[in-house]
Design a protein around this ligand. Sequence first.
Ligand SMILES: *Cc1c(COP(=O)(O)O)cnc(C)c1O
Length: 386
Amino acid sequence: MIPYGQQCIDAEDIAAVVEVLGSDWITQGSCVPQFEEFVASYVAATYGVAVNSGTSALHISCLALGLEPGDWLWTSPITFVASANCALYCGAKVDFVDIDPQTYNISIAALKEKLAVAELHGTLPKIVIPVHFAGQSCEMEEIYSLAKSYGFKIIEDASHAIGGKYKDKPIGCCKYSDITVFSFHPVKIITTGEGGLCVTNDAEYAENLKLLRSHGITRNATQMVNVDASPHYYEQISLGYNYRLSDIHAALGLSQLSKLDMFVEKRHHLAAVYDNELANLPLILPLQKQDMCSAWHLYVIQLDSNYNYSGGRDKLLSRLRDLGIGVNVHYIPVHTQPYFQRLGFQVGQYKNAEDYYKRAITIPLYPKLTAAQQGEVISSLKMELC
Ligand SMILES: *Cc1c(COP(=O)(O)O)cnc(C)c1O
């Protein structure tokens, strides 16, 4: 089976990990701070705080921005559940803003409309999490300007998007957000096995994120309540977690980071081949906006609604799987998940998201996908749809 996504690990990556395994520090050594510095510098942000997953990065970002019980957090229904769950971890309430049917990112029109209503009802969000779906940035300038008008904070969920650009600036520079988070799960653009990272340009947020990822403990005298210069002394000054990344993971991340541009370039090349080869099939191909440069995490096709493929999306999905093409669907709209239904969300609430879901298929895209494998994907689609 050709998977829809897969990590790309080479001998150099393996050597980097083995080196750490033989060293004195397999966690809290020099690799983590170096990884943080390199990622922050790559995306042109000031501070980086590495953690053990993208989900942990979202959780502590919400806490660092002061999300509390009673507050609202809004995100897109077309995302991985973690973008919504982070609100619930903080005891806050979550709500969704429908997607733009062309980019599958949060719809600016829907956001505007929902904010106007929320203002009347006194239910404005404290945080909005735009998700850069498939690696293409949301319209951050517009979201940022709404944040200024309505007073909410922004966390960019860039789990799909390291290596992408928005208006010529790297995604993650935080020009239009408070914090940006990345995931380094193996299917994402670069991997640490499991891992995540927050970037921000705000020194206070960065300090807070560091405390939150490690039990709320500080060894920095200027943050301490008591004066004690003993070498063993530390203080817990807030309630944090153990969300640390190990040096083993960070070593892999550092090695992967040196290949990030090459990975994104390969993804662009593969996406361009799909764009050409699939253009005449009854499919809607992923629209790329002018001022964006996607990291191309996912290549999502939709069955054209005018084309009557008997059995619909699910039939095509299983036919392709039978042919050895590991297609998938990103994502089941979060509000339709049983847990979210129990929270009171209704099927039918976010029409664009649900329409998209009925027709979407993610086809294989990752740096190691060979021309022959991609050819198989293309010919299978042609066979089924011609
Ligand atoms: C992968 C992903 C996450 C969670 O990242 P983990 O590292 O798996 O915890 C969050 N949001 C989106 C959009 C993702 O794709």
